[in-house]
Design a protein around this ligand. Structure first.
Ligand code: PLP
Length: 396
């Protein structure tokens, strides 16, 4: 016998990956420039030249760049991350409570496993529409996933629903801002509301309810919004970060996890983080990229590239007549499907060579997600297809 749950996960790869594979197949059939692939959040803004130069000089000039590091990550890297975050967000951290990870996905999985007690009816709350992997990570750790509905006008959390969903089994809450799949950013008033509910519920149930901030898109904010860094608002908080998107390095697998030193019994929590990382096989993140971090903190790829794409796509979709959520950040745009069944709508869009992800993948019906981290030329060429798709439904 084998693990049937994992077998099922392996048999049904994510809808996003399936669409990406379909787009690649279709490009081979009819030509690269004829397919408008909005499926995958694979950054196309170039990795900054400084980053590549630093990597090359590390390889050429330094010794042992490919060696194992300590499980938590190099001390100088953890100290650099602490100092950078403290300076940027006016917060207080502790390098001993920072764990360097192979991206945000392992950080999330480590956190879920560190917090969840198996067979204890632990629950994890997420806000729909949400990154699909939260379900995989939380359920694999042994927690049940509880989904909070959004306010359908703003796509911010429905706080009445949030309050109702918290109970004595709630172990942790995950939020993501800027948000995949809507591009919505949680401003300070949203964070204050969210954390005040959690503080009240912690008192009511007399145990910590941890708040995990998943922030791989933290720097990808295009309007004038101050990013509310969670350690300044809520003691029992954990940050999961990644360099995948801001430096266009998703294949290199590098990020970090920060435990707020003000967390209840932070030392024990950090031991649980280390233990979870060990048991999952996630210790010692890529050594070369750990060494890159202190030399590149604060750098980003060209964010204007995404801002231009956002404006181009948003304005054209609105002009055609689509109902679109205005995205302040990340590189996703959420568009109302032109029929109630978003899966069917995504199928119909394929007739016009538009590859759009149905929102059912994000635990929410009726929309499609477009990843606009593509070349501007792809967006320009796709506008005609969006118009044809719109007219197709109008004439139906
Ligand atoms: N969280 C969100 C919301 C994401 O969109 C992604 C990747 O797309 C991740 C986490 C995982 O990022 P990483 O590449 O760092 O594992």
């Amino acid at each position: 016998m084998i693990n049937e749950k994992n077998k099922a996960l392996g048999i049904h790869p994510s809808v996003i990956r399936n669409l990406y594979e379909y787009a690649n197949k279709r490009k081979k059939e009819i030509g690269e420039d004829k397919v408008f692939d909005y499926s995958l959040g694979n950054p196309s803004s170039k990795t900054p030249k400084e980053v590549n130069d630093i990597l090359i000089s590390l390889i050429n000039d330094e010794e042992n760049v490919h060696s194992y590091t300590s499980s938590n990550g190099l001390e100088e890297t953890r100290i650099a991350v602490k100092e950078y975050l403290e300076k940027t967000y006016h917060t207080t951290l502790n390098a001993d409570y920072i764990f360097i990870t192979s991206g945000a996905a392992p950080a999330l999985s480590i956190a879920a496993n560190a917090l969840t007690i198996r067979d204890n009816h632990d629950e994890a709350i997420v806000f729909a529409p949400h990154f699909p992997d939260y379900r995989v990570f939380c359920e694999n750790a042994g927690a049940s996933l509880v989904t909070v509905q959004p306010d359908p006008k703003t796509f911010l959390p429905d706080f009445n629903d949030f309050e109702k969903k918290i109970n004595e089994h709630t172990k942790f809450v995950i939020y993501n801002s800027p948000l995949n799949p809507t591009g919505v950013v949680y401003k300070e008033d949203t964070i204050l509301r969210l954390t005040s509910i959690l503080k009240k519920k912690e008192l009511e149930y007399n145990h910590p309810i941890y708040l995990i901030s998943d922030e791989p898109y933290r720097e990808l904010i295009y309007d004038d919004i101050k990013y509310p860094f969670i350690t300044n608002y809520y003691d029992n908080s954990i940050v999961c970060y990644s360099f995948s998107k801001c430096l266009s390095l998703p294949g290199e697998r590098i990020g970090y996890l920060v435990v707020n030193p003000k967390c209840y019994d932070a030392a024990s929590l950090f031991y649980a983080i280390r233990g979870a990382a060990w048991s999952l096989g996630y210790i010692c993140a890529p050594s070369l990229f750990q060494r890159m971090i202190p030399l590149t903190l604060g750098l980003t790829s060209d964010l204007n590239y995404y801002r231009i794409n956002r404006d181009l796509l948003y304005q054209n979709l609105i002009k055609i007549g689509y109902d679109v959520i205005y995205p302040d950040g990340a590189f996703y745009i959420f568009v109302k499907a032109l029929e109630p069944d978003a899966i069917q709508f995504s199928e119909t869009a394929k007739k016009f060579e538009l590859i759009l992800v149905p929102s059912d993948s994000f635990d929410y019906p009726g929309y499609v997600r477009l990843a606009y981290c593509v070349k501007k030329e792809v967006i320009e060429a796709s506008i005609k297809a969006f118009k044809q798709l719109f007219d197709y439904y109008k004439d139906k």
